[in-house]
Ligand binder design. Structure first.
Ligand code: UTP
Length: 279
């Protein structure tokens, strides 16, 4: 059973400056909820209630968000505004939250390694909260991935087809097709130029990792951009054993940039806010 979900949230969010100068990117609101809340809801829906967040300097708003605000609770008690807090209260009731700090931004692989003391020796999920994933028709993306993990018992990474001209924004895989939406990974390249990309199947911000990944990351030298890349560690894991790439059902919005953020906002406004499902 997977119970833990790690949220690396220490990055600087430079694509969203100046909004992210004093505020964590993960606290950017999509309509009425911050990005990280959508991620935690998706985790809890998948049965992952032990939430671990890797933060950094200037990220304390994340901890305050997942805490009771007594003054506020007191102020709105018994009024019709209480409904606004129903969703976040459920998360506080049903999840536990633990935090650790990444003191130097050495990349996503390093951020995941920083979370090791919170995760221990068990399989866990990783959510990059700036990738907002929705699947109004059925299971959330993490729920789909947990089901797949229970079948394959190895690391699972979420992928989607992207414009071949945009491979340089992603980790890109090559793999042997097991089913039309499942691949056994044979190659993985971080942010390849279109002419060097092994496919147009891009890794997005949802992973399930087996705990041997920690030792692998520890022995992974800095890669592209001088950062410790999770892609490099996963490639090692794929060579040693098995990594499954899964074309998930649903939609993913890259909320780390303006275009995806606006699309996510429009989507959530139409599908959740206007329909009364936003709290
Ligand atoms: P990004 O590549 O989106 O980096 O990281 P970023 O710094 O957040 O944003 P930009 O590109 O400068 O605009 C992917 C995820 O990994 C986390 C980020 O917080 C984000 O959720 N991350 C990245 C860390 O926690 N630590 C790092 O050293 C790097």
């Amino acid at each position: 059973m997977i119970k833990k979900c790690l949220f690396p949230a220490a990055g600087y969010g430079t694509r969203f400056l100046p909004a992210t100068k004093a505020m964590p990117k993960e606290m950017l609101p999509v309509v009425n909820k911050p990005l990280i809340q959508y991620g935690v809801e998706e985790a809890l829906d998948a049965g992952l209630s032990e939430i671990s967040i890797v933060t950094g300097r200037g990220k304390r708003a994340l901890e305050d968000h997942f805490d009771i605000s007594y003054e506020l609770e007191n102020q709105i008690k018994g009024t019709d505004k209480e409904k606004y807090l129903v969703g976040i209260r459920r998360l506080l009731d049903e999840c536990s939250f633990s935090y650790t700090r990444q003191t130097e931004m050495k990349g996503l692989g390093h951020a995941i390694l920083t979370g090791r003391p919170l995760i221990g020796d068990e399989p866990f999920a990783v959510v990059l909260a700036d990738d907002l994933c929705v699947n109004p028709e059925g299971d959330g993306v993490l729920t789909q991935m947990v089901k797949l993990y229970n079948q394959f018992r190895c690391s699972i990474i979420a992928i989607q087809e992207v414009d071949p001209q945009e491979t340089n924004k992603y980790g890109v895989i090559a793999g042997d097709m097991i089913r039309d939406d499942i691949f056994r990974v044979t190659n993985m390249v971080e942010k390849p130029a279109p002419e060097d990309a092994p496919s147009n199947l891009a890794i997005i911000g949802r992973y399930i990792l087996t705990p041997d990944i920690f030792d692998i990351i520890q022995n992974t030298p800095p890669g592209k951009g001088g950062e410790i890349q999770i892609t490099d560690a996963l490639m090692q894991q794929a060579q040693n054993g098995c990594v499954i790439a899964y074309k998930f059902k649903g939609q993913r919005f890259d909320c780390g940039g303006a275009e995806g953020y606006i699309d996510a906002t429009n989507f959530c406004f139409e599908n959740y806010y206007k329909t009364g499902k936003a709290y």
